[in-house]
Design a protein around this ligand. Structure first.
Ligand SMILES: [Zn+2]
Length: 109
């Protein structure tokens, strides 16, 4: 079991995701996977009426973020992403951009 994953080098992770895309869940338009603010802004601009309260609050959290707050938000994004995409997680670990802690013995690999 993987107990936890740790983001290492953010710039390395960003480079790793180059070319990865995501599709708008409402209209299917294609976006770069990073930075996440691209698709978030699209949801707000084009699909605001279809968003739930939780989605609207999440969207508002990204507004005006810069500096350390933006870096922290990107770190959080990567942790969530890597929990959902084992294929990307493996690539990130192999590239040394991320480490994982194993549950059985607690050692970090
Ligand atoms: Zn859309």
């Amino acid at each position: 079991m993987i107990a936890q994953i740790f983001v290492g080098d953010l710039s390395n992770l960003i480079a790793l995701l180059e070319g990865e895309v995501i599709y708008c869940v409402h209209c299917g338009r294609e976006f770069a996977l990073f930075p996440p603010a691209l698709v978030v802004q699209h949801y707000a601009d084009e699909h605001w009426e279809r968003l739930t309260e939780v989605e609207r609050k999440s969207s508002e959290l990204w507004e005006g973020l810069e500096g350390e707050a933006l870096v922290a938000a990107h770190m959080h994004f990567f942790v969530k992403l890597m929990n959902m995409r084992p294929d990307l997680r493996l690539r990130a670990i192999e590239a040394g951009a991320m480490t994982e802690a194993r549950g059985e013995d607690g050692t970090i690999q």
